[in-house]
Design a protein around this ligand. Structure first.
Ligand code: GLP
Length: 261
């Protein structure tokens, strides 16, 4: 796990966009896994800027989103469909036919989830998966207790997550109680993973998934078993890491080495 600790949200977003744009430039037909929430908004803004000012080309990119609220259609302003199109896809030259987001209105949810998994495989697997993290240590909507080998499926949201996500809705009762999400097993099959976190509110989850035991109580902790994970966090999110200075030291050494090669 490569851990980069940055000053603030802005620096985190710029660094994340750099990694994603490098992936796109090196492999223009990359399969990218995208996430929603407040965390990646700055990254998407920067990618849009790179598209407009530097010609970053999304025309051959395929995408798969992590999750969607169950019961919300693509036109609902709080759906993850709506989020992705308004924050990224509407502003870059992506082919909407290559965009995949779980269908919150799927009638046969089980069949839909199976098909979603098959589509990821058919596309050749996810090259780079972007992730945020919930305060309870969840990735996508894999709440505490989710199997660490779980696949795309219907899940119930934890109370803490409902409360956290209520800020995007008019009132807490409006937050859907269920979601369709990629599983931990699905996420673990991505070739590379990039996890972002900022703010003090994420500091316990960050310390737990990096330095704690691998446990289904903190589903992000399964990332310790993945061979290619980059974590970019700001000082506030990093504040409870015991070996913070060590991670900074390692990151500095690698940065110097990369400058020379
Ligand atoms: C939701 C999403 C996660 C996201 C998390 C944190 O639960 N399903 O993918 O990482 O919220 O969101 P935020 O970035 O707004 O803190």
């Amino acid at each position: 796990m490569r851990i980069t600790i940055v000053k603030d949200y802005d620096e985190m977003s710029k660094k994340a966009a750099e990694i994603i744009s490098k992936q796109i430039r090196t492999k223009p037909d990359s399969v990218l896994g995208f996430a929603t929430g407040g965390t990646p908004i700055g990254t998407y803004k920067e990618l849009v800027r790179m598209h407009k000012e530097e010609g970053l080309d999304f025309s051959r990119i395929t995408t798969f989103n992590l999750d969607e609220y169950y019961g919300l259609g693509p036109d609902h302003p709080q759906s993850y469909h709506y989020f992705m199109f308004s924050n990224l896809f509407n502003h870059v030259n992506i082919d909407p036919k290559r965009v995949h987001i779980p269908d919150g209105l799927a009638k046969d949810v089980e069949a839909f989830c199976k098909k979603y998994e098959e589509e990821i495989k058919k596309a050749g697997g996810i090259d780079l998966q972007l992730l945020g993290i919930g305060r309870d240590g969840h990735i996508a909507f894999n709440e505490p207790g989710s199997s660490l080998t779980s696949r795309t499926r219907l899940v119930a949201l934890a109370e803490e997550t409902i409360k956290d996500n209520a800020r995007f809705f008019e009132k807490e009762e409006d937050v859907p109680r269920f979601a369709i999400t990629m599983g931990c097993g699905t996420i673990m099959e991505a070739k590379k993973i990039l996890l972002l976190a900022n703010g003090e509110a994420k500091s316990d989850a960050v310390a737990a998934f990096i330095e704690g035991p691998i446990t289904s109580q903190i589903t992000a902790s399964i990332l310790q078993m993945h061979p290619d994970v980059t974590v970019i966090i700001d000082e506030a999110a990093a504040s409870k890491l015991k070996r913070k200075e060590y991670y900074k030291h390692v990151d500095r050494l690698f940065r110097d080495l990369e400058k020379k090669t």
